[in-house]
Write a protein that binds this ligand. Structure first.
Ligand code: NOJ
Length: 686
């Protein structure tokens, strides 16, 4: 039992600077609007626990906190409170790019400094920030005599949930990293699954009381990523992805954990509108961010995935000088900022999952890199360098600087990195090139690598798009050159597998996308992939492809299809116009896995864009346009599923119409099965 000898009133006492008594006690702290409360208890044995309430209902029941260390007593009992403090924070900050320009950061922060009652006297501080849309807590270890270099074997953080919530989840410790379709089950079902070790975060839950929660982490900088193990009794236990030696985190004081985050919302759309993860990251370390520019891009990419062209050299090689010029011309003609080229460098011919085949700087003989970089610059387009490592992180780290330096010299302003490897397949070598171990993609070794790569890229003025990445935890705030990443099943799965069913993209916004932008690569018009892939297809209508540009946020947004599939198609007008940088974002309606309608206002302009998508079921909505400026008239350019559209039988028909609307208009939106709608609202006066 947890003894509560002090309760409430802590806020006022701490503000007055009065220290609380040592020993067992209970503290609580409420969000600025008073609706969310975080309570901390220390029992008579000096064990820590917390719980969370929303409007006085328990959202997270008493859950324990603590750490198990290697060759040292655990830090999970015998603590007493040395001091506490509460501060309120409020600021507004600007994103250099993003789904909204201005972000409000308003919280109440509780600090509980803990000290062991034993001779060791080790200290750690629990810091909790409570916002109106959820909270984050982390541990901070100050520099101290009895805790210098240390190894965490286990973080005992739990999330005990009342009742049996529904969960949308993907498995952790599985071969394909984060690239799985989301399953929706009860939490009890997760715990009962003998094959499931843990699930990834963000983990989205709907409680029996109808609240929506997202459990995740913020500022994963030098730590193992947190997965969640479901245990009987609706317990989710932190399961840190280990090093190959079984340890979890190698650390030395001063040190701090990432934030453990709990977003709480009464409607699913509020999860998307929340900026909690970004607010818990450090401000930008890049002072002048003017070189970091979101853009739409095309690439020698879909052609490779559908087998029209190849990564390797030969008669079908995609990355030839001539073909790349064709893409550069297409990009320049249609207002795209970049051209991604895959298969441009040596190594692809040798079985590229082998170690050390890429040097990341040497072009194939049929790819005139210098000339293409010059040609692209002349046309006002940047090449996007593709650096696939095949999981050879060691080799990449040795050659990364040279690759970035070459990009800088040639005016290549962005790279797409890739880490294709299976499960615990990241090979680690010693200085003599001997294989030492294989690491998980999501353990501390790789967290360190991903962070280092972004920091080094920034030093060379290079923007980054990571495929097979570590999950996003908001570091784009600190390193705004970290533009976008994959980290989920993207549209490429439609090119060569059973594909993504229509509900995949109505689930992503409430799961993976809560962590940050995704390079999903929408925009395929030839959804039947004729004639290259008769047995594969994209599982949407074409209008839904357009709507995805608004629904899925990414500062690098690809038009994935072959240029010839865009030429002459009026629906391409939407892709040419849709921005990749926004002033504001709102979710108008949503049901997780069923449908979602998002509106965003362009940055630096007055136009609004709407994207509405559905799963396999048709839907009709009445959407009030009250987000538009009152008293202004707008032209709505509407790209809707055409009559009789259906993702299975009739996916390509798009009906393009124009309507005069204003803030009073209630628009009817019809979505076909597997369909969508995209709208651009432009003010009529200049
Ligand atoms: C997987 C990436 O997701 C994809 O975009 C890329 O084309 C291939 N790896 C090859 O690097």
């Amino acid at each position: 039992m947890i003894a509560r000898i002090a309760s409430r009133g802590v806020h006022a006492l701490a503000l007055l600077g009065i220290l609380l008594p040592e020993g067992a006690l209970s503290l609580d702290v409420a969000s600025p609007n008073g609706r969310i409360t975080f309570e901390v208890d220390l029992d008579d044995a000096g064990r820590l626990a917390y719980r969370v309430l929303h409007d006085d209902e328990v959202v997270v029941a008493w859950s324990r906190l603590g750490f198990v260390l290697q060759d040292a007593p655990p830090m999970n009992e015998g603590f007493r409170v040395a001091s506490t403090g509460i501060v309120e924070g409020e600021e507004r900050w600007e994103q250099p790019w993003g789904e909204r320009r201005e972000i409000r950061d308003r919280y109440v922060e509780l600090t509980v400094e803990l000290e062991e009652g034993t001779a060791l006297g080790r200290r750690m501080t629990l810091v909790t920030r409570v916002f109106d849309d959820g909270l984050g807590f982390r541990f901070v270890w100050p520099e101290q005599e009895n805790l210098g270099v240390f190894v965490i074997m286990d973080e005992e953080t739990e999330f005990v949930l009342p009742g049996d919530p529904a969960a949308w989840w993907i498995p952790a410790y599985a071969g394909n990293r984060y690239e799985y379709l989301y399953e929706r089950t009860r939490l009890s079902g997760l715990a009962a699954d003998p094959l499931l070790r843990a699930v990834h975060t963000p983990l989205t839950l709907e409680t029996e009381d109808g609240l929506y929660l997202s459990l995740h982490e913020a500022a994963l900088t030098d730590y193992a990523s947190m997965t969640l193990e479901a245990r009987a009794g609706s317990v989710l236990a932190c399961d840190l992805v280990p090093w190959s030696d079984g340890t979890k985190v190698k650390a030395s004081t001063p040190f701090r954990t990432p934030w453990r985050t709990i977003q709480i919302a009464t409607r699913p759309g509020d999860l998307i509108e929340s900026s909690l993860i970004l607010n818990l990251n450090e401000p930008s370390r890049i002072e002048d961010t003017s070189w970091i520019r979101p853009m739409r891009y095309v690439g020698i990419w879909w052609s490779l995935h559908i087998g029209k062209e190849t990564w390797k050299t030969g008669p079908q090689h995609g990355a030839t000088t001539e073909n790349t010029k064709r893409y550069i011309d297409f990009a320049a003609r249609n207002g795209f900022g970049g051209v991604l080229v895959e298969g441009w460098n040596t190594g692809w011919d040798q079985g590229w999952l082998e170690r050390g085949v890429f040097d990341f700087t040497t072009p194939t003989p049929d790819y005139d890199l210098e000339e293409l970089a010059r040609y692209a610059r002349e046309k006002g387009v940047t090449l996007i360098g593709h650096l696939e490592t095949g999981g050879d992180v060691h080799g990449f780290e040795q050659r990364m600087e040279a690759a970035f330096e070459q990009c800088r010299r040639l005016g290549i302003r962005a790279v797409k990195t890739g880490y294709v490897s299976q499960g615990q397949g990241i090979r680690r070598y010693d200085a003599d090139g001997n294989l030492i171990a294989k690491e998980w993609q999501h353990g501390q070794y790789m967290v360190r690598h991903f962070r280092k790569a972004v920091e080094r890229a920034a030093a060379y003025g290079i923007m980054v798009n990571v495929h097979e990445p570590i999950k996003d935890t908001g570091i784009r705030r600190t390193w705004p050159n970290m533009l976008t990443r994959e980290g989920a099943r993207g549209q490429e799965y439609d090119a060569w597998s059973e594909g993504n069913p229509p509900e995949h993209t109505t689930t992503l916004p409430f799961t993976r996308l809560l962590s940050g932008p995704m390079d999903f690569t929408p925009g395929t018009f030839d959804v039947l992939i004729e004639p290259y892939r008769p047995d594969n297809r994209v599982h949407t209508t074409v209008a839904k492809q357009l709507a995805l540009y608004v629904v899925i946020y990414s500062p690098l947004q690809m038009a994935s299809d072959l240029p010839e599939n865009y030429e002459g198609n009026p629906a391409f007008g939407f892709i040419q116009a849709v921005p990749v940088d926004w002033e504001e974002t709102r979710v108008l309606n949503a049901a997780i896995g069923d449908y979602v309608t998002v509106v965003r206002k362009e940055r630096g302009g007055d136009a609004w864009y709407l994207g509405s998508i559905t799963d396999e079921r048709p839907r009709a909505f009445r959407v009030p346009l009250d987000f538009l400026d009152p008293g202004r008239e707008y032209v709505a350019s509407i790209y809707a599923d055409g009559s009789g559209a259906d993702w299975k039988a009739n996916p390509k028909t798009v009906r393009i119409t124009r309507e005069r609307v204003n803030a009073e208009t209630v628009l009817r939106i019809d979505l076909a099965p597997g369909g969508g709608q995209a709208i651009r609202f432009r003010p009529m006066e200049p």
